[in-house]
Design a protein around this ligand. Structure first.
Ligand code: DC
Length: 222
């Protein structure tokens, strides 16, 4: 039976890579909810809407049409027909997404869409509040974690690979601020769901994490 798998955790804990691989193995759909918050931040910037203006951001988010599709190994994201795949990954949009996601109006606007995508099962969804708020009845909830140093190292490496000139210390500092913001906000903060399995990926390679989640999924009926 196709089940719903929720994968939460802080920045660069490996959620995206692992969720994608698990979805591929099981033939499930992968839903990247962070991409939606990133898109709201980007479109707000383009419309000169402040990341602090919850009510206006909420209206903006509610009016967006999202389309997702796989292209080779990349999840392409279209918003109102525009391909924003690359632009939402710009570094500024990480903090932008974190900022717009603090507002209840924005979360409410995206919640129905996310729950709709998860309703039929056969889905791996990653984010910060999937196991706690979006899919509280998911048959499998995983919380991926890793030390701040290791996560910053991964993010730094990824940015350097993309040709960006950044210092590790700056990447680490920005990540720490973002995680604190995500974990301390009033609505749907990042936290471990009571029934989640916590997996520390600091010393685990991606294939090992994927196998562990696949085994857990099999135990839960996938
Ligand atoms: O997973 P990501 O780095 O693409 O997410 C970007 C930001 O979006 C993250 O810092 C907080 C927010 N977010 C959220 O609040 N809830 C989610 N389910 C997913 C992301």
């Amino acid at each position: 039976m196709p089940i719903a798998i929720a994968i939460d955790g802080p920045a660069s804990s490996g959620k995206g890579t692992v969720a994608r691989a698990v979805a591929h193995l099981l033939g499930y759909r992968y839903v990247d909810t962070g991409a939606m918050y990133r898109a709201v931040a980007l479109v707000a910037r383009q419309h000169e809407v402040s990341w602090d203006d919850g009510p206006t951001l909420g209206k903006l988010a509610a009016g967006l049409r999202f389309d997702f599709a796989w292209d080779e190994d990349v999840l392409r994201v279209w918003v109102d027909g525009r391909d924003l795949t690359r632009d939402i990954r710009q570094d500024g949009m990480s903090m932008g997404a974190s900022s717009v996601s603090r507002h209840p109006e924005v979360r409410t606007a995206l919640l129905g869409l996310q729950q709709g995508l998860g309703a039929q099962g056969g889905v791996v969804m990653d984010g910060r509040d999937i196991g706690t708020v979006v899919l509280p009845h998911a048959q499998l909830k995983v919380y991926l974690d890793a030390s701040l140093d290791e996560r910053a190292r991964r993010r730094h490496e990824e940015m350097v690979r993309r040709g960006e000139v950044v210092h590790y210390d700056d990447v680490r500092a920005a990540m720490e601020i973002r995680d604190r913001q995500d974990a301390t906000r009033d609505v749907a903060p990042l936290r471990v769901a009571d029934d989640a399995v916590v997996v520390d990926t600091s010393d685990l390679a991606v294939p090992a994490v994927v196998r562990r989640i696949r085994d857990l999924a099999a135990e839960r009926g996938a």
